[in-house]
Design a protein around this ligand. Structure first.
Ligand code: HEC
Length: 106
């Protein structure tokens, strides 16, 4: 009977290990989602595509713009793109979007 108890204990320990590994993996996966993603989705994706692949607006991926150039473009667009004011989209939000877009591949 003692043998069975040991097997039960081992099984429980293995289960715990898997659960732990899974939760660490989930946390990592979350950390990899750039904070700029929801901002991009909300403010830019309807024209530039869900993943920057382009739609009614030009493709943005691979993203080669600097933060300064992007900020300038967002505040003072050249054509049909709407201007975003500081209250709609902060400088920091733009920085987050730039960081996010740079993580995307074509
Ligand atoms: C209403 C549609 C629309 C939205 C929303 C929009 N854009 Fe644009 N965007 C455009 C259009 C159209 C162009 C091309 C004309 C131009 O350069 O202004 C453009 C051009 C750009 C360019 C220059 C691309 C190039 O290769 O010339 C950048 C960078 C850019 N947008 C970034 C953004 C970011 C960042 C956001 C979100 C904060 C955003 N856009 C939201 C329509 C939009």
């Amino acid at each position: 009977m003692g043998g069975l108890a040991v097997i039960r204990q081992r099984t429980a320990a293995a289960g715990l290990g898997v659960a732990l590994a899974l939760s660490i993996w989930t946390m990592r996966a979350h950390a990899q989602t750039a904070p700029g993603q929801p901002i991009y989705k909300d403010k830019c994706s309807r024209c530039h595509g869900a993943n920057g692949e382009g739609d009614t607006a030009p493709q943005l991926v691979p993203f080669k713009w600097t933060y300064e150039k992007t900020l300038d473009r967002v505040r003072h667009p050249e054509c049909e793109m709407p201007a975003f004011t500081e209250s709609e989209l902060s400088d920091d939000d733009v920085a987050q979007i730039v960081t996010y877009l740079k993580t995307l591949k074509k």
